[in-house]
Design a protein around this ligand. Structure first.
Ligand SMILES: *Cc1c(COP(=O)(O)O)cnc(C)c1O
Length: 386
């Protein structure tokens, strides 16, 4: 096999477009100069469009995980109670961040493959008559299980209670519908290396007016993630400390591509890829982890593996040139995942499905070669016919 030609179908980091790779080779500039401020402005406008917000969107050098910390330290006080709603491993990780920061964390967990039930969140919040719960933490798209939460419905019940709603949209923003202002979300965080088609290294966070007002009063210690510092720099079209300039260039190029496709166009492309992938998986006779089709993710598909998923991924990677993802935490030996977000097109999904069914056949499973691909083609065809 020509090892270099390998299709990366994992849910982050995702493949990057050539325009994004090329953008990063530009010469370094003074981060306190006019050229950077122009770059900053264009990125600021583009990010507001993908977050669907009129609020400023802040860019920190960091991994997606940094956004979890930024959300909490800027809005809460030590010892505050928060409700961690978790549908998978990334939900659990955010729970751990909140615990380590000294917050009193109440938990509401859902089984892997299930979405968060807005009615159960509403019940939990209704019990909180003294309004001890200051914030609700929720995943937009749970990457570890391939489930998308109904953030709009959840936001509605949280609004009724009055707590802040904080949304981890690391693998959803740019791929799946999310309306920060219309749904009245308080904190939305993402990373550059999933649907935004950039290399890893940027943590991107937006705060509502309500959340920013909380940051004026709250007493959690912070320096690196300090919203007040980043906001006063924002007004000067700068960042408080050295920005990841090459990644700003990457993000500028990626945002231009999103503008050209339109955000709605990107959502539609992901919807087609998700439907194709699930049709293919079902045609192989395999079981999806996401139990409810309406909440199955169009960014990543988690599949219950009939063979050792490590073996399957090894055959796909080494003999078929396709990289699939494994499961996380307790799902490690149970599932494999097909990422279809960011710089990915329906044809890539066909290739991933072809590799999956071939790898299963190589491992002795009774699969009929071509069925998964045909089922996915049918979905794509229906889309073409309108
Ligand atoms: C990828 C991801 C993160 C952050 O991951 P990093 O490794 O810190 O970049 C957080 N939440 C979700 C849902 C993710 O998919």
């Amino acid at each position: 096999m020509l090892r270099e030609k390998s299709l990366l179908m994992i849910p982050g980091p995702t493949p990057i477009p050539p325009q994004v790779a090329a953008a990063m080779t530009q010469p370094m500039i003074n981060h306190r100069g006019e050229a950077f401020s122009d770059l900053f402005d264009e990125v600021a406008v583009g990010l507001k469009q993908v977050f669907r917000t009129e609020q400023p969107v802040y860019v920190f050098p960091g991994a997606g995980s940094g956004g979890w910390e930024a959300a909490l330290v800027n809005t809460l006080n030590p010892g505050d109670t928060v409700l961690s709603v978790s549908v998978g491993d990334f939900g659990e990780r955010w729970f751990k961040v909140a615990t380590k920061l000294g917050l009193a964390v109440e938990r509401l967990r859902f089984e892997p493959g299930q979405a968060a039930d807005p009615a159960r969140i509403a019940e939990r919040l209704a019990d909180d008559r003294e309004k001890r719960i200051k914030a609700v933490l929720i995943q937009h798209n749970e990457t570890s299980t391939g489930v998308t939460n109904d953030v709009e419905a959840i936001a509605r019940v949280v609004r009724e209670h009055g707590a802040l709603i904080m949304v981890d949209a690391v693998s959803g923003l740019g791929a799946l519908p999310l309306e920060m202002d219309r749904w009245d979300l308080d904190v939305v965080l993402t990373g550059a290396h999933k649907a935004l088609m950039c290399p890893p290294g940027l943590s991107i966070v937006a705060f509502s007016e309500r959340a920013r007002a909380a940051s004026e009063q709250n007493t959690m210690p912070r320096f690196y993630w300090d919203l007040k510092a980043v906001h006063s720099s924002y007004l000067k079209r700068q960042t408080p400390y050295t920005p990841a300039i090459s990644l700003f260039y990457a993000l500028q190029a990626a945002l231009r591509l999103i503008q050209a496709e339109t955000l709605e166009g990107a959502w539609a492309r992901h919807r087609v890829m998700g439907a194709m992938c699930r049709a293919g998986v079902r045609a192989m006779g395999l079981q999806l982890l996401a139990q409810d089709e309406a909440r199955a993710s169009n960014a990543v598909t988690a599949v219950v593996s009939p063979v050792d998923p490590k073996q399957l991924r090894k055959v796909a990677r080494e003999r078929l040139g396709v990289q699939l993802a494994g499961g996380q935490a307790e799902l490690a030996d149970k599932i494999f995942r097909i990422g279809h977000l960011g710089y990915v097109v329906p044809g890539d999904v066909l290739q991933a499905l072809a590799a999956t069914e071939m790898a299963l056949a190589v491992l002795g499973q009774d699969v009929q070669i071509g069925r998964a691909v045909a089922a996915a083609q049918e979905v794509w065809m229906r889309e073409l016919r309108g």
